[in-house]
Write a protein that binds this ligand. Structure first.
Ligand code: NAD
Ligand code: UDP
Length: 336
């Protein structure tokens, strides 16, 4: 008879547990939602972040989870980790944030890509990279398909972000060609939702906070510029579908919501949904601000069977509820 007590239990485990999934930028807006989704699916996760624009509050509920580990680290510095897959999201995404220390932003995209690709090679692990619609610059092709090469300014104030992300795409595809890396690149179009930082500076969080505090809603320029807004859960669903493909696509894939709005329309939608008394004011348009942006998502539809499901009003309502609660907590804490 088998004597269970004398068995070497360590040998019984024939299938080794999967190494954790690395999420860089995991304490940020998108990264924290991705960590939630991965942990919820039973995967162990290493969240690596230098907390530049992310916040511990976004992952506070995960910190005691046995399958979750937080590492405070800057991706511009190399690090050795044992992982089974990588999601590289580390990079400030809001224009005022990425322009605050442009050299560091560029290093984050370029050195960060090199360091993460080294980890992918060392572990033979698939790697997802968060690229951006910004690589299309101020597009002269509209809407933007993946085949469009873009219209960017290499030396303007947005270049630290656009050109860094473009260089990262080059690094990823050179690693595919040169070393056979399994790389999956999403070109993300404007995405919004709960856990954007109050002081993030991007348009959706700005307008909502301004509307809820009955302040001034700051439209930059005349407000006729357009963006196409994707709700966060739709986007994360796209990330997971891209990583679940049996084979990496040969090109980056646009992920975004193809319904386009002007900033004036966005402001009025938010005023209506919040019942705000805030008034609209106009501020100077930032240099090189793209005049229009809308994704062509046929590749995502065909390859991933993916398309956004949450319309702007529903997504805004959920985001407004988040900021309303957060502002309430803050004023309560301040004794007001
Ligand atoms: P975010 O600013 O909320 O999150 C970025 C996270 O990366 C933060 O937690 C920040 O602390 C961390 N980070 C920044 N630099 C780092 C560094 N050098 N080392 C380690 N961590 C660093 O922004 P987000 O909206 O969550 O964006 C996440 C990723 O998605 C970014 O790469 C961004 O370029 C990309 N993206 C986002 C959008 C969008 O609309 N949200 C659109 C296009 C691309
Ligand atoms: N914008 C605005 N008011 C704000 C913040 C942004 O009108 O308070 C405009 C900005 O000039 C741009 C658009 O909204 O035309 C989207 O800006 P965001 O920073 O959210 O994203 P990005 O420019 O990177 O697409």
């Amino acid at each position: 008879m088998l004597d269970i007590d004398t068995l070497d239990h360590s040998r019984l485990q024939l299938v080794p547990p999967l190494a954790p999934i690395l999420v860089t930028g995991g304490a940020g807006f998108l990264g924290s939602h991705l960590c939630d989704e991965l942990v919820g699916r039973g995967r162990s996760v290493i969240c690596l972040d230098n907390l530049l624009t992310g916040q511990k509050a976004n992952i506070a509920h995960l910190l005691d989870h046995p399958g979750f580990r937080f590492i405070d680290h800057d991706v511009i510095d190399p690090i050795a980790l044992e992982v089974s897959a990588i999601y590289n999201l580390a990079c400030p995404a809001s224009p005022p944030h990425y322009q605050r220390d442009p050299v560091h932003t560029l290093k984050t995209s370029v050195f960060g890509a090199i360091n993460l690709l080294d980890i992918a090679r060392a572990n033979d692990a698939p790697i997802f990279h968060a690229s951006t619609s910004e690589i299309y610059g101020d597009p002269d092709v509209h809407p933007q398909p993946e085949t469009y090469w873009g219209h960017t300014n290499s030396w303007g104030p947005r270049a630290c972000y656009d050109e860094g992300k473009r260089c990262a795409e080059t690094l990823f595809f050179d690693h595919v060609r040169q070393y056979g890396i399994d790389a999956r690149l999403a070109r993300i179009f404007n995405t919004y939702g709960p856990r954007m930082a109050i002081e993030d500076g991007r348009v959706v969080s700005n307008f909502i906070v301004q509307a809820l505090t009955n302040g001034e809603i700051t439209i930059y320029g005349d407000g006729t510029q357009t963006r196409s807004f994707c709700y966060v859960s739709d986007l994360i669903d796209g990330f997971l579908k891209l990583m679940a493909l049996p084979q990496a696509p040969e090109t980056p894939i646009n992920l975004g919501n193809p319904v386009e709005f002007t900033m004036i329309e966005l402001a009025h939608r938010i005023i209506a949904l919040t019942g705000s008394r805030a008034r609209i004011v106009h501020r100077p348009l930032p240099e090189d601000d793209p005049t229009q942006r809308r994704p062509v998502i046929e590749r995502a539809r065909a390859l991933l069977d993916w398309e956004p499901t949450i319309g702007l009003s529903e997504g805004l309502q959920r985001t407004i509820a988040y900021f309303d609660a957060l502002l309430g907590e803050r004023s309560h804490a301040a004794g007001r």
